[in-house]
Design a protein around this ligand. Structure first.
Ligand SMILES: NC(=O)c1ccc[n+]([C@@H]2O[C@H](COP(=O)([O-])OP(=O)(O)OC[C@H]3O[C@@H](n4cnc5c(N)ncnc54)[C@H](O)[C@@H]3O)[C@@H](O)[C@H]2O)c1
Length: 319
């Protein structure tokens, strides 16, 4: 089976590819443009061992460049796992057009590619942020009155809708996965757990936006991967969406407390105003993924932070 993975050098993509290379014989074709949202060096480190596998290929391609995308990716792909995106809520407020270009136009290019490369299934990264500012917790997939508060969230809603239209028009399956704050080894440097651990290790002050009561449904990378991989066998509907979260929300205060316990070190904290575009709370209902994909996250926050911290120490020692 040929699987094309976009955004393959990023946090989730590179972990997914490691998992597939270690546990299957699928041919993995990975693409990424090393977007400058964070350093190319991090991404090259993420994928360096993948070149040891004969069933792995990598292309540096920007999904917004349709001509190059089509010229370089000439094989047929049974499945496309589309993870490439401009990620991050706050920067999307500063540069909305870049988010629309990659997350909307780029997604449409991937759909066009799927159509011409005889693809049977597209699995695509959506986000918890699409629910937006609605207080009907826990959020389930039946909610349709989204109230997005960032261009990033809007770009992800558009991606889902393009996928729905595409699956209706061409009878190619499209499954959107709404990830809830993913963390673990290789986590993006802009995300809280990595940022906090890095600052505490370096005796720097950490910035908490708001009063510490905002909360997130943190999901460990291995649990997310189990949901993504389960989609490879999911065939029930030609368009579907699933929440992949942990079904458990943790306040910012408790996140910092857990990190302090794992590091055995006190954080120096400064409070800053709540940021525009950030949601106050997120919380997933994961019953649908549980029933259809047998999705059942296993990793507690403390355990996940311990695993992240072990990776972080190793990665820093290797420098
Ligand atoms: N990490 C999370 O908590 C989270 C939560 C919800 C949704 N998501 C979604 O999951 C996916 C993966 O996120 P991640 O955390 O691994 O982010 P990431 O930034 O580490 O990975 C995304 C990858 O896409 C690549 N990319 C960006 N623009 C591209 C383009 N134009 N052409 C080709 N490649 C491009 C980047 O270089 C990067 O390697 C994204 O779609 C993101 O929106 C992530």
């Amino acid at each position: 089976m040929n699987i094309l993975i976009t955004g393959g050098a990023g946090f989730i993509g590179s972990n997914l590819i490691d998992f597939l290379l270690d546990n299957t014989n699928y041919n993995i074709i990975s693409i990424d443009n090393f977007d400058n949202f964070y350093s190319k060096k991090h991404k090259l480190d993420n994928i360096k061992n993948q070149f040891n596998y004969k069933n792995f290929k990598f292309y540096e391609i920007d999904i917004t460049n349709k001509d190059i995308l089509f010229a370089k990716l000439t094989e047929n792909y049974d499945v496309i796992i589309h993870l490439a995106a401009k990620a991050g809520v706050r920067p999307s407020i500063l540069n909305p057009i870049a988010y629309i270009k990659t997350n909307v136009e780029g997604t449409q290019n991937i759909l066009d590619l799927a159509k011409s490369r005889k693809t049977k299934k597209v699995i695509s990264a959506s986000s918890s942020s699409i629910y937006g500012d609605i207080e009907q917790f826990p959020w389930n997939e039946g909610i349709s009155n989204f109230n997005p508060i960032s261009p990033y969230a809007v770009s992800k809603i558009a991606g889902e809708n393009l996928g729905k239209v595409f699956s209706n028009l061409y009878n190619i399956q499209y499954v959107a996965l709404r990830f809830f704050t993913v963390y673990g080894p290789r986590q993006r440097p802009d995300l809280a757990i990595r940022k906090f651990i890095d600052s505490i290790e370096k005796n720097k002050t950490i910035s908490l936006f708001g009063d510490g009561t905002s909360s997130r449904d943190y999901t460990y990378i291995d649990d997310i991967l189990s949901g993504v991989v389960a989609c490879l066998d999911y065939e029930k509907k030609s368009f579907d969406v699933f929440n992949l979260g942990n079904n458990y929300s943790v306040s910012l205060f408790n996140l910092v407390k857990t990190i302090e316990q794992v590091l055995n070190k006190k954080a120096k904290i400064e409070f800053l105003p709540f940021q525009k575009g950030d949601l106050k709370h997120t919380l997933s209902n994961i019953s649908k993924a549980n029933i259809e994909l047998n999705y059942a996250p296993q990793t507690s926050l403390k355990e996940g932070i311990e695993k992240f911290y072990n990776w972080y120490k190793q990665a820093n020692n290797a420098k």
